[in-house]
Ligand binder design. Structure first.
Ligand code: MCN
Length: 870
């Protein structure tokens, strides 16, 4: 690892972003007001699946302030004014025009529009991650044509002089729908005779993808213990503070447009919109102003962005659309939504011999940018921190009449960590080993260079024992077990649970070749430009797009240390394709291990050039020049020196540079790492479970995480706090529930429970540092780590508290109802043998016999929230 000067890196300097954010001086998309701007509002389908038989917009057009109303058919010719020969070659993505022959050849007739005109022969889609050559890609029109496929699909757009007038006019649009069969359940969707989301495919199966490594059948035939479990990953709704919003405006240059949008991916979006709408890419500028969070949901190209752009082009005026919170719940992507069948084979000592995983993954009604690829980010992570000889994985993507799914913090990896960490508990139970011990028996030995995994990839570095040992110490594990024993013996109505999670994850999304091999379109590099102005002050231009992660601060620290200046002298520019034409944006905890490292490398290049100039100025050999604290001096003669500022001035004036050297100090780097990074950690969640009410309180939460060397400990703590909070939210509170007609019944924050500060504990966090060989700084990402580590720690804790009842599983979210019902069920089934009192408490000395069997008794179909859980 290259040594970086340690002045600011590693220090918890305050976030430079915050003064503007906390004093109302941030520039959100909704703050943008442009002359002549029209406001768009969209009408959304109330049906999850229906044919549109007619749309009458005449009354809406008569409403005060309304300028225009458009249906899907009205806009059908607007998307692609100047079709490009090969969008994929230009953007790195093959986005908008997939041949419609995939999956089924006889499909064009069903794509007729309502006027009976056949639509073009190509599929219009936002999907970029083509996981499989047989992937079925449905037509995804920004405004529906002929058919709606989920409640929330856009059926018409109103443009008016203000947002309220546009919204009011929606009520005057008359749409006749002919309801069609609805499917919301993943298993039902695959049954013969199920309603089809896209009839032309003849199936709801979007794809099946598999992976096998080692002799999996042999592993299971040799095993003394086999365990099979089914876990459910409920759907989650991402809740960024700022909802989505977009302003598209024509620029004075003919044919040029700027789009301001609340996005995580201005660069990728530029390529997508250019391709989808047939815009010359060089005339499109995408700006992500201040963005109030995304958590993966803004890692997408959305219909409303296309609508704003094509209408700005059609009418020649700025068009603005701002999402309200109800729309956010319906129409911004959802996360998770999987049925996980997992099996392990082990010997009697608890050593794993093999693992089989079968997933059903809910795609929802359409494929968004990465929808089919999200479960595959988990495919490589089910083995977790455990090494064993054989592994098989199979995932089937399933269409349902629900909001499309895509990346939500962790994206595929929380699902994997949950399944493996839950089944490790089952293995501990089966072998009678302590949960910590069964984990230790299966850990890798500590390693600091790439090491093969059961899934056929290579982890970069790891020391899982160290994090587990430390978290056990930190939590006083022995003391906790002692307290648990006391409570059990005293028949305490509030039982104590201790839950482990030892996780790793794949992040720092990166190697272009690997991403390409997975069908994700490649291009995992990141760009950074570092330029010293004549004054010696610094500008950093980055291709990352922070929306809460503090890159301005972190990148300032990195550049400041390399260049010997103060972070206050560094300005970081991001999120504007006119300033940073190249970039691969922010997601997959990639920004530091790829983009931050690129900043470091570019700054080093500046120093290297400056050193040559300094040598020239000091009339010394370059090899004799030392650089420290912003000063170049001649080795052994410290008085002979020039400052970095002197050198920057000389480079700018260019009147006395070494022969042949170009002026100014400005260096650009494109960094494409050789591997991902794999942060890891060990968490212990301590819960108090009220056996009379089913209420779960998280009493303590301990975490020891390792994301390599730290740039800013305050930011890392913040990332972990937020991430763990989101993991706890999945474990105990949040769930998107649909009724059988495909209505989202948790359509507001009243029904969709987001925990606030009172529900969350104080976290006790520490870190170990295991540098990654994937980059010169040794850093690993941390943005999703908490969300990945937390859910199994919480559920393991709840189940641990309930183990005297023989309860072996409670599905997420472990609501008071589910916990209470699990207790009732366990007593009902075991009434003859269990000596529990009427309050539902376990009797003294009750053992943890498996009354319900692994995976059984965990779903509670009578739960009052009702609806489809996955
Ligand atoms: N960091 C550090 N030292 C490390 C690792 C990280 O100081 N060893 C710092 C970095 O310098 C950066 C921050 O932690 O300032 C996060 O870096 P990284 O782990 O590279 O993650 P990204 O910046 O790529 O952020 C993406 C990640 C993801 S995928 C989601 S989802 C997520 C998250 O970040 N969404 C967020 N954190 C979020 N935080 C906020 N406030 N809002 C969101 O929407």
């Amino acid at each position: 690892m290259t040594e970086a000067p340690e002045r600011y890196v590693g220090g918890g300097i305050r976030r430079k972003e915050d003064p503007a954010l906390v004093t109302g001086r941030a520039n959100w998309t909704d703050n943008i007001k442009l002359p002549g701007m029209l406001h768009a509002s969209v009408l959304r389908s109330p049906f999850a699946h229906a044919r549109i038989t007619s749309i009458d917009t005449s009354a809406a057009k008569e409403q005060a302030g309304v300028v225009a109303v458009f249906t899907g058919d009205d806009l059908a010719d607007e998307y692609e004014k100047n079709p490009r020969d090969n969008p994929a070659a230009v953007t790195g993505y093959d986005l908008s025009l997939h041949e419609r022959s995939q999956g089924s050849a006889s499909v064009t007739d069903t794509a007729d529009n309502t006027d009976g005109e056949p639509v073009d022969e190509q599929t219009r889609t936002f999907v970029a991650w083509i996981v499989h050559e047989e992937l079925k890609i449905p037509n995804h029109w920004p405004v529906a044509r002929g058919e709606v496929n989920f409640a929330g699909d856009i059926v018409a757009v109103v443009l008016a002089t203000d947002r309220y007038k546009a919204q009011d006019a929606l009520e005057f649009i008359e749409v006749d729908y002919e309801p069609m069969g609805v499917v919301t359940d993943l298993e039902e969707a695959l049954e013969e005779g199920s309603p089809l989301v896209h009839e032309d495919f003849g199936t709801n199966e979007a794809y099946t993808w598999d992976l096998t490594n080692g002799d999996i059948d042999d592993a299971f035939s040799r095993a003394e213990i086999t365990i099979k479990e089914r876990y459910l990953q409920q759907r989650l709704i991402p809740n960024a503070i700022e909802t989505r919003g977009v302003v598209a405006t024509p620029e004075p240059t003919k044919g040029a447009f700027t789009i301001y949008t609340s996005t995580q991916i201005p660069h990728i979006l530029k390529a997508v919109l250019s391709s989808y709408c047939g815009f010359p890419e060089q005339r499109l500028r995408v700006v992500a102003p201040d963005v109030g969070g995304g958590f993966g949901s803004k890692l997408n190209a959305y219909s409303e962005e296309v609508i704003a752009l094509i209408l700005a082009r059609k009418l020649g005026v700025p068009i603005k659309w701002i999402e309200d919170r109800s729309e956010n719940y319906l129409a911004t992507i959802h996360g998770r939504g999987q049925v996980q069948d997992i099996e392990v084979a082990a010997d009697s000592e608890g050593k794993i011999l093999g693992m089989r995983v079968k997933l059903l993954a809910d795609m929802g009604a359409y494929l968004h940018l990465n929808t089919p690829g999200i479960p595959l980010l988990g495919a490589f992570m089910y083995p977790g921190v455990y090494t064993f000889p054989a592994y098989s994985f199979e995932c089937t993507g399933v269409f349902t009449n629900k909001t499309p799914t895509d990346a939500y913090r962790g994206a595929g990896r929380p699902e994997a960590a949950y399944a493996v960490e839950r089944i490790m508990e089952a293995l501990a139970r089966e072998t009678g080993l302590d949960p910590a011990e069964v984990r230790r028996r299966n850990f890798y030995e500590p390693f600091d260079e790439p090491t093969d995994t059961p899934a056929g990839i290579q982890y970069d570095s790891g020391n899982y024992q160290a994090t587990l040992d430390r978290v056990i110490e930190l939590a006083d594990y022995e003391g906790l077990r002692e307290e648990q024993r006391r409570r059990r013996e005293n028949n305490d109505p509030v039982q104590l649970g201790i839950g482990f999670s030892t996780y790793t994850e794949i992040c720092g999304l990166a190697p272009s070749q690997v991403l390409s091999a997975l069908g994700a379109g490649g291009a995992g590099w990141e760009m950074a430009k570092v330029q010293m102005l004549a004054s010696g002050n610094v500008e950093v231009i980055t291709g990352t797009t922070p929306h809460g992660q503090g890159h301005v601060t972190s990148w300032s620290q990195i550049a400041a240390d390399a260049l010997g200046v103060s972070p206050d002298d560094v300005e970081v520019h991001h999120g504007d394709t006119a300033i940073a034409p190249y970039g691969r944006d922010t997601y997959g905890s990639r920004s530091l291990p790829v983009g931050g490292v690129a900043v470091h490398m570019a700054a080093q290049k500046v120093v290297d050039k400056a050193k040559k100039i300094a040598a020239h100025m000091l009339e010394a050999a370059e090899g004799d020049i030392e650089f420290e604290g912003g000063r170049f001096s001649v080795a052994g003669s410290p008085d002979q020196n020039v400052t970095m500022t002197d050198v920057a001035g000389a480079a700018y004036l260019a009147d006395n540079l070494p022969e042949g050297m170009q002026p100014v100090l400005s260096e650009e780097v494109f960094f494409d790492p050789p591997n991902f990074t794999f942060p890891f950690g060990a968490h212990i969640c301590v819960t108090e479970v009220d056996t009379e009410t089913g209420f779960v309180k998280i009493r303590d939460y301990f975490g020891v995480d390792d994301c390599g060397p730290i740039i800013n400990p305050t930011i890392v703590d913040g990332q972990l706090h937020g991430g763990i909070a989101q993991g706890i939210a999945q474990a105990l509170y949040e769930e998107a529930v649909y009724d059988e007609d495909g209505n989202l019944t948790t359509g507001s924050m009243v029904d969709y429970l987001i925990p606030g500060a009172p529900e969350l504990p104080n976290y006790t966090l520490e870190r170990t540092v295991t540098p990654s060989p994937s980059n010169v700084m040794g850093v690993k990402g941390v943005g999703e780590a908490g969300t990945i580590g937390a859910p199994p720690a919480v559920i393991n804790s709840v189940v641990d508290a309930l183990s005297p009842y023989g309860i072996t599983h409670v599905d997420m979210p472990a609501s008071p109802w589910k916990v209470w019902q699990a207790i009732q069920d366990s007593q009902g089934r075991d009434a003859g043998t269990r000596d529990a009192d009427r309050s539902g408490r376990p009797a003294q000395g009750t053992d943890s016999a498996d009354a319900m069997g692994p995976g059984e008794g965990s779903t509670n179909p009578d739960e009052p929230t009702g609806g489809e859980r996955v």
